[in-house]
Design a binder for this molecule. Structure first.
Ligand code: C2O
Ligand code: CU
Ligand code: CU
Length: 496
């Protein structure tokens, strides 16, 4: 067993123990209403379920929301932004008084945000100073095979580097980059190899949406810890890795002081396997303006937003509606005692004279070619000889072609889930519209351009991908990372 493996599997620590082990400022307390009620010992519950609920009660809302660092280009000459990023070990201060070893882009957790603009290429030289192969995928990006970061032939050996080119010809969208080593993606992303890539364009900028400090990326991830403060990762193939502590931008259930004005939040579910159903307070309104593939045709008022792994949702929240001193918890309706609160917005004085309003329209509707082919993919679990997830009864094989659409066409892809777990199915090299989920047309904010769709347990989903950007070899897979690693991935070859 290597030191790393030991760290990943040994000494599981309850958060109560973490407190005993050296957390000076860690207070065992769970103070927010509903949750406090939930976690009060219930004599009818088994000792085990009570213990489970008690494994992690850090005081929430203690830390101010951090903002991920923004990467600085090394050069901006000739209309190209060049970056140099090193994948390396580092530490993060997540638990007070303890250091958490991470593996991250420039040693940071979360990784530095890359800000890009449509039409301006970004070139990133990624150097691997870790002790294992890596590969960097730009999730949601339209890029050529060589820069997509998925296939084995592009893996970066320890000590080597690789240069990715992102043409940024697509419309504005909140993208993210993360490790994609087949078989170890779950472990690598959990260790910290993920960051935002925010692509803006003229349309986006002209809408008068909140900018600068009022445009806030929020990556939501769950993590578990060992007694020394290190992350505890369990390769849990069937349900996928679910951990007991929610982090936003690397901080445990943080708080954010907000002014009485409109904010734009870019929500990313960067968790390995956990799904969220986000709700503001007891169902206050949020205006969703974008999903995975960028702006929606118009803002859509919602009180709940589902977010499966890898999905993004951008929302506008108008805090002018709330009196100074109001505290609004962003909740996860699917959470349990320790995973129900995501973060809290604390409304402060000031900012109330803002004149901005929620725009009526965001972007014009597009027409796309009608579907030229129908494909079906059955999703199943096999417990023996080793637990694994299959697509049409097969494991991933890079040398086999599972779908070969033609460039410039759209198709119908139908995912049929013959298992008891949901699968956030993700396609590289395209965006898609969601046509139906269990025979029903999805919510208007969930059917626009996406790159990841949740296929419900025992359910089915039809999507319409549009292969409009590049020919080449790509992949599609479940974005529950333990499913993807083991081995729920197919090979997608876009023919010229
Ligand atoms: Cu975000 Cu192929 O992954
Ligand atoms: Cu992707
Ligand atoms: Cu899955």
């Amino acid at each position: 067993m290597t030191e790393e493996d030991r760290r990943l599997t040994d000494g599981a620590l309850t958060r109560r123990e973490a407190i005993l082990h050296g957390g000076t400022g860690l207070v065992l307390l769970c103070s927010f209403d509903q949750l406090a009620v939930k976690s009060r010992p219930n004599p009818k519950k088994t000792a085990a379920s009570r213990r489970r609920e008690l494994t992690g009660l850090f005081d929430p809302f203690k830390r101010d929301l951090p903002r991920p660092a923004v990467a600085e280009p090394v050069s901006t000459a000739n209309g190209v932004d060049r970056y140099e990023i090193t994948m390396q070990e580092g530490t993060a201060e997540i638990l007070e008084g303890l250091e958490t070893p991470i593996r991250g882009y420039d040693g940071m957790f979360p990784g530095p945000t890359i800000r890009a603009r449509k039409g301006r290429p970004v070139v990133v030289k990624q150097t691997n100073e870790l002790d294992h192969e890596t590969i960097v995928h730009l999730h949601g990006g339209a890029q050529e095979e060589e820069s997509d970061g998925a296939l084995h032939r592009y893996w970066i050996q320890p000590g080597d580097d690789y240069t990715y080119t992102y043409w940024n010809q697509q419309d504005q969208a909140t993208l993210w980059y993360h490790d994609h080593i087949h078989g170890r993606t779950g472990e690598h992303v959990f260790a910290g190899l993920a960051g935002f890539y925010i692509l803006s364009d003229e349309l986006d900028e002209k809408l008068g949406l909140p900018r600068g400090q009022y445009d806030v990326p929020l990556v939501i991830q769950d993590r578990a810890f060992n007694s020394d403060g290190s992350f505890r990762y369990v390769r849990s193939v069937e349900p996928g890795m679910h951990a007991d502590t929610i982090l936003v931008n690397g901080a445990i259930v943080p708080r954010m002081a907000v002014k009485r004005r409109i904010y734009r939040f870019r929500l990313l579910n960067g968790s390995n396997a956990r799904c969220y159903q986000l709700q503001l307070g007891n169902g206050r309104e949020m205006f969703q303006i974008a999903s995975d593939g960028g702006l929606l045709p118009k803002p859509i008022k919602r009180t709940q937003i589902p977010l499966a792994p890898a999905q993004r949702a951008e929302v506008l929240i108008d805090f002018r509606k709330y009196a100074p001193g109001s505290k609004l918890i962003l909740r996860n309706k699917l959470g349990d005692a320790t995973t129900s609160a995501v973060m809290r917005f604390d409304v402060t004085k000031g900012g109330g004279r803002e004149q901005a309003r929620i725009p009526k329209k965001l972007r014009p509707a597009e027409t796309i070619p009608s579907a030229s082919k129908v494909r079906a993919f059955e999703l199943t679990f096999e417990a023996t000889p080793t637990p694994r997830w299959l697509i049409n009864g097969k494991e991933y094989d890079e040398n086999r072609v599972d779908a070969d659409p033609k460039l410039g066409t759209t198709e119908y892809w139908r995912f049929i889930n013959n298992s008891d777990h949901q699968h956030p199915m993700h396609l590289h090299a395209c965006h898609f519209r969601v046509i139906e989920v269990n025979g029903v047309r999805p919510h208007p904010a969930d059917r626009h351009w996406r790159d990841t769709v949740s296929v419900p347990p025992r359910g089915h989903v039809t999507i319409q991908p549009y292969f409009k950007d590049y020919a080449g070899q790509f992949v599609f897979h479940c974005h529950t990372l333990e499913h993807e690693d083991q081995s729920m991935m197919g090979s997608l070859v876009v023919r010229p």
